[in-house]
Design a binder for this molecule. Structure first.
Ligand code: 2AM
Ligand code: CA
Ligand code: CA
Ligand code: CA
Length: 265
């Protein structure tokens, strides 16, 4: 089916702004907080409310589209046929609960497996990042520049501090020399914001051990539009229907970190 991408883009942008306002308005209300897979994996009534808002509107306007959403109000999506919306209503729920900032709405619209539209809305900063396949990436309507090569010594990487001490998940001996080599490290607690920062050139690499498609679907479109790379830790293409470790970055940083460090994990 032929899609009207202009109409879909206009609808996505206006719905995202509306959802952002609902979240801001909720700051005055008491949140209902529950836990999911573990005590630190939080979900609130707002995560659910915002996802429902998107699902209802999409089904209304585009009944042939499918929706994959973190909180499960969309469809059971196990393949990427047709047009699929991949939605994280609040990415960085822990930040939302504890800080009332540093969280984002993240959306990717895929067609036959290809990322066509990507959106990350940093709600409290009122920064909307968006990208259209082959038309570039934008921050609040201003075109983002293609990513330039950065020597590793001048790179800022985002990763998790717990990997630097002996731990059950990863070999810290790989990460310690990498962290010594780069200019600096950061950790913002929202995969979507970290991916948006890569697209904007504020971070040069982001490494994470387990993300779902809704965590990276929007960011992948953004980053690829500025010439960045988003893969798993082996440099292989990501699945859009399964969880994966994710490594996103500027092309030169991605190449070197993958080859000299992550390949030894
Ligand atoms: P979320 O806030 O939408 O759950 C912070 O750890 C980043 O990892 C966030 O982008 C968070 O998304 C994501 N994440 C993915 N799986 C998670 C999990 N099981 N528990 C907490 N955060 C998770
Ligand atoms: Ca979550
Ligand atoms: Ca998320
Ligand atoms: Ca979420």
């Amino acid at each position: 089916m032929e899609e009207n991408w202009l109409e879909i883009d206009e609808f996505a942008k206006s719905s995202i702004k509306e959802a952002g306002q609902e979240i801001i308005d909720s700051f005055d209300e008491v949140l209902k907080i529950q836990t999911k897979s573990n005590v630190n994996d939080l979900v609130t009534n707002m995560d659910k409310q915002i996802e429902k808002l998107f699902v209802e509107k999409i089904k209304d306007l585009f009944p042939h589209h499918r929706v994959m959403g973190e909180e499960g109000f969309g469809d059971q999506v196990t393949d990427m046929e047709g047009t699929v919306w991949i939605i994280d209503p609040i990415d960085g729920t822990m930040n939302f609960v504890h800080q009332q900032r540093n969280f984002a709405i993240s959306i990717g619209v895929y067609h036959e497996g290809k990322g066509m539209l990507g959106y990350i809305y940093d709600v409290v900063s009122d920064d909307l990042y968006h990208a259209k396949k082959d038309e570039g990436a934008y921050l609040n309507g201003e075109k983002l520049s293609p990513l330039k090569d950065v020597p590793l010594e001048e790179a800022i990487l985002s990763l998790n501090a717990t990997w630097l001490v002996p731990n059950k998940k990863v070999n810290h001996e790989v990460f310690v020399p990498l962290v010594h080599r780069v200019r600096g490290t950061r950790s913002y607690g929202s995969a979507a914001i970290e991916l948006a920062y890569i697209a904007a050139g504020r971070l040069d690499g982001y490494i994470t051990m387990r993300l779902a498609p809704w965590d990276f679907a929007g960011g992948k479109v953004l980053i690829e539009e500025v010439g960045g790379v988003v893969t798993d830790l082996n440099g292989s293409e990501l699945s859009m229907v399964n969880h994966s470790p994710v490594f996103a970055g500027n092309p030169s940083v991605h190449r070197e970190v993958q080859k000299k460090y992550l390949s030894k994990l």
